[in-house]
Write a protein that binds this ligand. Structure first.
Ligand code: SAM
Ligand code: SF4
Length: 475
């Protein structure tokens, strides 16, 4: 097989496997890359077209410094031109780490007898959500091991609990999920609880590597996982998140496979994934893989820049697994979301002394453990506009990344003002004095970018209302 996106429309069938290792290698092995070709391809992205597999392969195979510079500059330009300064913030909340799989890279694997297993009780869940709200978090991703305990009903129930928790001015306005794949009925149950995005990472798209790193349990079934987000879409979940765990296999292969997955979802459902995640493997308890495919920082930053150009209208999620230094570099290539104030130990957000005495081991080590306020502070210093916006999802505007990208004026009309309003709310409720000062300045600097005088007046009036104590204002 070697198709164009149009041909995938005919070839791809919903809920049927679509990934052919040979096809991916065929592209990677048979492209020729020159700075001239790279220039022409990045022009295509800058003109807001997404790249096909062959073009992505040409960028992935470019190793000369000139081509790498062209790619990185283009990713920066695309970010500046299209998305502006906003960075959406969220926090992951681990609900339970019982797991019946044996993923070789994960500290939660069933065979790790030293892992302390824990599922948050309802009270502990509530206490953790309260603690997150007290820091100003508005968007969470709930994370679960793959275990019979975490059924669709159970997950839906935890989602409802999270939405019900209100602490001071705090509330969680968007709950995303990262959990094992379900059948269509299961996805429907979870959808009905009002989730935002459902994420399932394929980890590696390379069949033999997948089989090796997933030796047993339900996750050993490659195709069940590969087609899981098709079932989520069939169940009515419009926002799905794909991802690969970088370091298990050749990064260029995974990059092309992610683009192939985008092709498949677009071919079958007319809409690509809402987000792509690209975690880089971190050390974990009882980690037992060699480091042959580990990515250097230089490869990782190239990867993110190429991904930005290959799928210009898909949200890119960067996580606390990466160091502050790397985060800084790749944010400029157009990552749209980062987590902040992250704690991966189960129950660790809570101030409940009983849970605190009993801190549970995390799934893997993180390199960035700064508080939400510290991350916001750093973003403001770099002139980013931190955002807690959840407006599109609550107004039923799904596919917002696509709209940001393709609807003229969408960012000026919705995204930037909503980011400003949610930042103003954060400043009033949670920011330190110093962060507040910087925050108001950044809000003011972004005002001009809104253009229209009447609109600026309306945004200013809403910010005044927030200063007077109103909450949750959005466009
Ligand atoms: N159990 C579910 C699953 O495996 O899909 C969802 C939760 S799992 C904890 C979430 C993600 O963590 C996995 O999809 C994997 O990509 C990532 N992960 C696991 N071990 C990791 C490690 N050592 N370093 C970085 N990320 C890891
Ligand atoms: Fe379980 Fe997920 Fe960890 Fe695999 S990655 S062992 S499925 S928690």
């Amino acid at each position: 097989m070697k198709f164009t996106p149009e041909q995938y429309k005919i070839a791809d069938v919903p809920m049927q496997p679509f990934l052919d290792d040979e096809e991916i290698w065929d592209f990677l092995n048979n492209v020729e890359t020159t700075p001239e070709k790279v220039k022409a391809i990045v022009e295509k992205s800058l003109n807001k077209n997404r790249l096909n597999l062959e073009e992505t392969a040409i960028l992935a195979q470019a190793t000369d410094p000139e081509s790498i510079e062209i790619i990185k500059n283009a990713a920066r330009e695309l970010k500046e031109k299209v998305y502006g300064k906003r960075i959406v913030l969220f926090a992951p909340l681990y609900v339970g780490n019982y797991c019946s799989n044996n993923c070789r890279y994960c500290g939660f694997k069933a065979s790790n007898k030293s892992a302390i297993r824990k599922t948050l009780t309802k009270e502990e869940l509530i206490n953790n959500v309260k603690a997150l709200e007290e820091h100003g978090q508005k968007r969470l991703i709930l994370v679960y091991g793959e275990h019979r305990t975490y059924s669709a009903e159970y997950i839906a129930d935890t989602v409802r609990t999270v939405y019900s928790v209100k602490q001071g001015h705090g509330e969680i306005r968007r709950v995303n999920i990262n959990a094992a794949p379900f059948d269509i009925e299961g996805f429907k149950t979870i959808h009905e609880a009002g989730i935002g995005t459902f994420q399932v990472f394929q980890e590696t798209y390379h069949h033999p590597t997948y089989a090796y790193v997933h030796p047993s349990g339900k996750k050993a079934d490659y195709d069940w996982r590969l087609t899981s987000l098709d079932r989520a879409m069939e169940a009515g979940i419009d926002d799905v998140g794909i991802g690969a765990l970088f370091g298990l296999y050749d990064w260029r292969f995974e990059l092309l496979a992610l683009v192939r997955h985008v092709n498949h979802l677009e071919a079958c459902y007319n809409v690509g994934p809402h987000t792509i995640s690209f975690p880089r493997i971190q050390d974990a308890d009882e980690y037992d893989l060699d480091e042959k495919f580990h990515l250097s920082d230089a490869e990782f930053t190239r990867l993110v820049a190429i991904l930005r150009l290959a799928v210009p209208y898909t949200g890119l999620i960067l996580t606390a697994r990466e160091s502050q230094k790397i985060r800084k570099e790749v944010l400029a290539f157009g990552c749209s979301q980062i987590d902040a104030g992250t704690k991966l130990e189960i129950g660790a957000y809570s101030e409940n002394p009983e849970v605190d005495q009993n801190l549970h081991k995390e799934q893997f080590k993180i390199s960035d453990d700064r508080t939400l306020n510290e991350v916001i502070d750093e973003l403001l210093d770099a002139d980013y506009l931190p955002s807690f916006c959840t407006a599109c999802y609550r107004k039923g505007r799904t596919g917002e990344h696509f709209m940001e990208f393709s609807v003229p004026g969408f960012i000026k009309k919705f995204c930037t003002p909503n980011a400003m309003l949610t930042l103003a709310e954060y400043i009033m409720d949670y920011a330190t004095e110093e962060t507040a000062k910087k925050g108001w300045k950044v809000i003011e600097r972004n005002m001009d970018s809104l253009g229209d005088e009447r609109y600026i007046k309306e945004v200013r009036s809403r910010i005044e209302r927030i200063k007077q104590g109103e909450h949750d204002l959005y466009f």
